[in-house]
Design a protein around this ligand. Structure first.
Ligand code: ADP
Ligand code: MG
Length: 238
């Protein structure tokens, strides 16, 4: 569904993605793990057109998207959440989600869609609150709601469950499973191994901007080289 082919991204002299190749397959939930600074967020930013690549191609559903703008890539069906919380102080929760939907829908329909999404993700009761007033866990869910409003076929979730309690992340895990059953493909960056084990059929390990290992979650946690050399203390095996 999405092919990252030999992509290099440099920031000055720093190589954040180093001839990176990987694939997200239609219908799967792909986990992406690797130490801080490995290039995971940069990869999402490059896929979504926020950063230009130095070389390589990104192909989505057989179409090259490498040099498209973020709004064009979003419109093709790739939605994403951000590692850093992005709440807009002047927007209510409802306004945040309805604004995201305006790329697809006229205003009234977008309001209706936003209400349905908030109901679904459990934020309906806080729809009128300022989005910055939400606790971090709900702001992360709001990020997912916003991405959903763009009606994606592929969702890229960047540490969407970081900072959440196990109970709080269980709600998001359940939602991801449901959305996946309904046909949305996922690529998710997470540090917590039980979340990866719970959600993903396949895992890619990034290190130094390269794809250093791929396999099922159980293959990856048994791969001593991966655990010792690449993950160390960065991945939480609890
Ligand atoms: P990860 O998400 O795997 O922790 P990142 O993709 O955020 O890693 O970062 C990869 C490397 O690229 C890091 O060394 C980081 O400092 C650098 N980097 C990321 N974004 C920028 C940027 N906008 N400008 C300069 N360097 C950046
Ligand atoms: Mg990151």
């Amino acid at each position: 569904m999405l092919v990252v082919n030999d992509v290099t991204k440099k920031f000055g002299g720093m190589i954040a993605l180093n001839n990176l190749s990987l694939e997200v397959r239609q219908g799967e939930i792909l986990g992406i793990i690797g130490p801080n600074g490995a290039g995971k967020s940069t990869m999402f930013n490059v896929i979504c057109g926020f950063y230009p690549v130095n070389s390589g191609q990104i192909i989505y559903k057989d179409k090259e998207i490498t040099r498209l703008r973020p709004d064009q890539i979003c419109y093709l069906g790739i939605g994403r959440t951000f590692q850093q919380l992005q709440a807009l102080p002047s927007f209510s929760v409802l306004e945040t989600v309805l604004t995201a939907g305006l790329s697809r829908l006229p205003f009234k329909e977008s309001v209706k869609q936003a209400r349905e999404i908030l109901e679904r993700v459990g934020l309906a009761s806080v729809a009128e609150l300022s989005s910055v007033a939400l606790p971090p866990a709900q702001q992360r869910i709001l990020g997912v709601a916003e991405a959903l409003a763009t009606q994606p076929e592929l969702m890229l979730l960047d540490e969407a469950m970081t900072g959440l309690s196990r109970l709080e992340s269980e709600d998001i895990i359940e939602l991801i499973h449901q959305l996946n059953d309904e046909g949305i493909t996922f690529a998710i960056v997470e540090h917590t191994m039980h979340i990866i084990m719970n959600l993903c059929q396949r895992v890619v390990v990034l290190n130094f901007g390269c794809n250093t290992a791929e396999g099922t979650p159980s293959e990856i946690i048994k791969n001593k080289d991966v655990v010792d050399a690449y993950l160390g203390a960065e991945v939480d095996f609890a």
